[in-house]
Design a protein around this ligand. Sequence first.
Ligand code: HDD
Length: 713
Amino acid sequence: MKKPTVPKGSSKKEDLIPDTSDGTGKLLTTNQGLKINDDQNSLKAGERGATLLEDFILREKITHFDHERIPERIVHARGSGTHGVFQLYKPQSAYTKAGFLNDTNIETPVFVRFSTVAGSRGSTDLARDVRGFSVKFYTQEGIYDLVGNNMPIFFIQDAIKFPDLVHAVKPEPNHEMPQAASAHDTFWDFISLMPESTHMVMWLMSDRAIPRSYRMMEGFGVHTFRLINEEGKSHFVKFHWKPLLGVHSVAWNEAQKISGNDPDFHRRDLWEAIEAGAFPEWELGIQVIPEEDEHKFDFDLLDPTKLVPEELVPVQRIGKMTLNRNPDNFFAETEQVAFHPGHIVPGIDFTNDPLLQGRLFSYTDTQLSRLGGPNFHEIPINRPISPVYNNQRDGHMRQTIDAGRTSYQPNSINGNSPLQAKVSEGGFSSYQERIDAKKIRERSRSFFDHFSQASLFYNSQSEIEKNHLVDAFRFELGKVEIEEIRKRMLGILTQVDAGLAKRVAEGLGLEVPSGPQKPVNHGVPADADQQKYEPVKGKSTLKSSAALSMKDTPKDTIKSRKIAILATDGVNGTELNAYKKALEAAGAMAKIVATHNGHIKDDAGKMLKVDFTFLTTASVLFDAVYVPGGKKSVAALLTEADAIHFVEEAFRHCKAIAANADGVQLLEHSKIPLKDKNAAQNGVLLNKTARDFEEAIKQHRFWEREKPAKIPA
Ligand code: HDD
């Protein structure tokens, strides 16, 4: 079948234009279009009141204000969205008939929303948490939503446990603490009783949970889905998003400080990068598994707590997504956008993954209370760019004026319109999976190996990543007050790796439980045979999987990286400008941080614009620090405790640091161990070129600095 082709440039943006309003230079009106003469004073009986009920302008304004909040998302409340496009590299007709995966001339508009899971709308971006990665494709065949996360698996195997999981991780119900944090008793109580979550908590305790940027995260569709081709043949598929900037994270100590300095860190990062034209890009990857291979693996493809190692099934990169336009209005677009894993197009279909099956119910249901009724698909950001005709009518806030006498089918009055579409006309037809089964509440035995892939994940981590995992468990379990819960978690960790359990136990001041540990599954039906629900540890065919580590992620650009230049009056302007120019030419954002705002005067009397002061920014908001020469400037910085703290903290967080000429003195006055012969290799560059500095910044972090000792900062 010939797929419809959308010319480049036909975008969601154009679709949104009629709904976009801009009052610049216009006269103020009421919602009824009446021009307002006085928006400063209410209508009163005399100049000292009282205010009159008659004041319809006051009433309208206050009433609207009183109702301008909607319920936040029950999960993923905190998020940031942006527009973009998806471009296919090569037709995927062998696997799918989906139009947007077949025509390379199509530039499919997308809207993407990134989020944390547990926190409220106003919570910090840098919580240790899973990140949501939702993509709405406005295809010619309707909306396709890929509603994934930045981790390839999930906590639970069955949607019926989702409310329990979320209740456990959300702030505790008696005092509503802690906000946006899993480090508390109820979360770990639940996790320690549900061994199926072991693999996911390994990811959650890894640095993946504290990304440097939304732009530097992988995305995953998590579940196994199906691709259906023109012949009706099905292949299993796992979806991936691979960021072209690589996968990078911050240090936990840094994450906590960012939360204070700029709780909007990720939102700002995304916004500023797009405004600056540094458009974030991801490649869409697919792992395709023929139906015949369904039972070839040592795990069940329907089990959402398992991933398909890339060594077993390589990821094919089939297209690229570029995010290139910030929304005009946060509420109208980012807040009102409604994703749903059940929004699919012909060529894509579901599997029986019991977590996915439950999700298919939840997402429309939640929009009914969140967005207020059944017409949320008419909200401009949710509206498909393909036409919508059906007999669904009325309801709160209905926008469409459906013309004609009929709103039912079959009808003879209107020629039976709107007509059902044949498959050859693009009509959706569900994949005819053969099912021959009893109606039972059960879990397949093929779902009970809760530990092999958790071990695979741990074994695939670098030493540094393992250290971070140990620290994260020590932190999180250290915040747990009930000792029994900590001990139960140690029992679970023994199943992942004895060394890991031992190191976490040491940090908690506990003994690793002795004897063979067999964590008990407490998520068991009342009448079930406990033994049937016992977790097992199978043998993974792989010892490690390189794709699970962030160590070898691409480190080939400093595009959009933020670099602080510490300088004040008397700085060597020639040197500063040359360095700054070189870094900016490589795509970085270099900002002058000074002792005062406004401008600084360089050693030649030229004025340089200050971007931040030590009061308005902090080292944790930058990727690297540069201290140029200039006697007077450095002398002033030496008396500024915040300047010394700035470089020490950057060192503590393993960032590239460059200092030239007198600038070296600032490092000498700090606790940075310059006498260490390795210092230069460790990303501290003294009197080196901007090019050398660029190479160091590309490395993202010099984590090995953490090994000998952390400096106080
Ligand atoms: Fe969910 C939102 C991702 C399991 C029920 N989910 C939501 C969002 C993401 C995910 C990224 C935010 C969407 C946005 O930006 O607006 N959820 C996942 C993933 C899951 C998952 C990757 C497992 C693989 N979710 C899941 C289950 C259920 C839900 C099992 C319920 C049975 N999720 C919801 C929800 C939300 C939601 C309550 C809240 C707001 C919304 O849907 O629109 O319906």
